[in-house]
Design a protein around this ligand. Structure first.
Ligand code: NAD
Ligand code: UFG
Length: 346
């Protein structure tokens, strides 16, 4: 299949492009580089040996998106392009709703117009809110009260309604748990700008000496050791989950959790990282972070039964690959503040 990957220069999108190419598909990337770098495209070429057509466009711009559909015959779209910082979404709700909802509607509109019938959407476990664990797809959603989570729940609703009204349009809504790690080459990975919000990139930056110590947000939760528990999933497993979702997409709307089904605490992750990489991660325990919940992990059985997909990489591989990316010389070129990039338009 030939797949348009929006946000394909980003963290999960770039790994998914590699997994798609590995599985024999071809990809076209559309990204405005608001949270990624054009060099990632070169890295993807280095890994796969394939040229990837790249459109430096904003997918909230229908005219720009339409050009991609006119210039390429496509079998499907995977829509990763979105803004994802929860705290920033509270400060800039209009920016988040506009970007995340309009992009989804523009892409759906172009798909209907050009007869592209497969649509895979990046949703998030955040839509479950503070539910009972494990989170299962049939649960009533309780999006956390922030515009980011709401934008994911609303996008799910919009796509579901469109699919119901257009029976040939098939939608897969993928609810990611906590993606970590990097491609085993060390060439692509997670390179956040500024101070990382998420645990694993913060840990790798402490290991690299870029940050003095990890701050653990609370050790008084009702969990195994008092620290927060999450379902960390290797980003290449997540990427392969997209390939499975696309290849097994049936008519209608289908929702899948992409997680491992296992919970890991902050302290367990820190210990696993230290052991896997032979480094020390100094930390201090500080106040709980506002909005955090104690524990969540997936019931991942539906994806296994219906898609034949299961996460196979363990916590050691996640820690080792995250550190390989952070510590490899190549990462340096990707990290740091985004400057102006010169992009040759496809
Ligand atoms: P990322 O920021 O690395 O990638 C997103 C990409 O989309 C970036 O390259 C950015 O430049 C691009 N983009 C954003 N808005 C755009 C627009 N209007 N037009 C064109 N390009 C645009 O983030 P990621 O971690 O790879 O996340 C990908 C998707 O998965 C997002 O939708 C995110 O909300 C979702 N998600 C991520 C996580 C996570 O923990 N990383 C968890 C659940 C869901
Ligand atoms: N944590 C720390 N210190 C840090 C960062 C995180 O102790 O510096 C803790 C958190 O309190 C939490 C755990 O590590 O217990 C994981 O936190 P992350 O920020 O890495 O991940 P979250 O589960 O809070 O959220 C992430 C994304 C959300 C997404 C969610 C589910 O940021 O956007 O996973 O996919 F919705």
């Amino acid at each position: 299949m030939r797949i348009l990957v929006t946000g394909g220069a980003g963290y999960i999108g770039s790994h998914t492009c590699v997994a798609l190419i590995d599985a024999g598909h071809s990809v076209i990337v559309a990204d405005n580089l608001c949270n990624s770098r054009v060099e990632v495209l070169d890295r993807m070429k280095e890994i796969t040996g394939k040229d990837i057509p790249f459109y430096h466009i904003d997918v909230t711009d229908y005219v720009a998106v339409e050009r991609v559909f006119v210039e390429h015959e496509m079998d499907g779209v995977i829509h990763f392009a979105g803004l994802k910082a929860v705290g920033e979404s509270v400060e800039k709700p209009l920016f988040y709703y506009y970007n995340n909802l309009v992009s989804t509607m523009i892409l759906a509109k172009a798909c209907l117009h050009y007869g592209v019938n497969r649509f895979v959407f990046s949703s998030s476990a955040t839509v479950y809110g503070d539910n009972e664990v494990p989170f299962v797809e049939t649960m009533k959603l309780k999006p956390r009260m922030n515009p980011y989570g709401e934008s994911k729940a609303m996008s799910e609703q919009i796509l579901s309604d469109i699919a119901r009204a257009n029976p040939s349009f098939s939608v897969s809504l993928l609810r990611y748990f906590n993606p970590v790690g990097a491609h085993e080459s060390g060439l692509i990975g997670e390179a956040p700008n500024g101070i990382p919000n998420n645990l694993m990139p913060y840990v790798t930056q402490v290991a690299a000496g870029k940050r003095e110590k990890l701050r653990i947000f609370g050790d008084d939760y009702p969990t195994i050791d008092g620290t927060g528990v999450r379902d960390y999933i290797h980003v290449m497993d997540l990427a392969e989950g997209h390939v499975a979702a696309l290849e097994n997409l049936l008519e209608g709307v289908h929702i899948y959790n992409l997680g491992t089904g296992r919970g890991t605490s902050v302290l367990e992750l820190v210990k696993a990282f230290e052991e896997a990489n032979g480094v020390e991660i100094p930390f201090e325990v500080v106040e709980r972070r506002a909005g955090d919940i104690a524990e969540f992990y997936a019931d991942a059985s539906k994806a296994e039964q219906e898609l034949g997909w299961k996460a196979k990489r363990d916590l050691v591989a996640m820690c080792r690959d995250a550190w390989r990316f952070e510590s490899s010389a190549g990462t340096l070129a990707l990290s740091g503040t985004l400057g102006t990039v010169n992009v040759s338009h496809s």
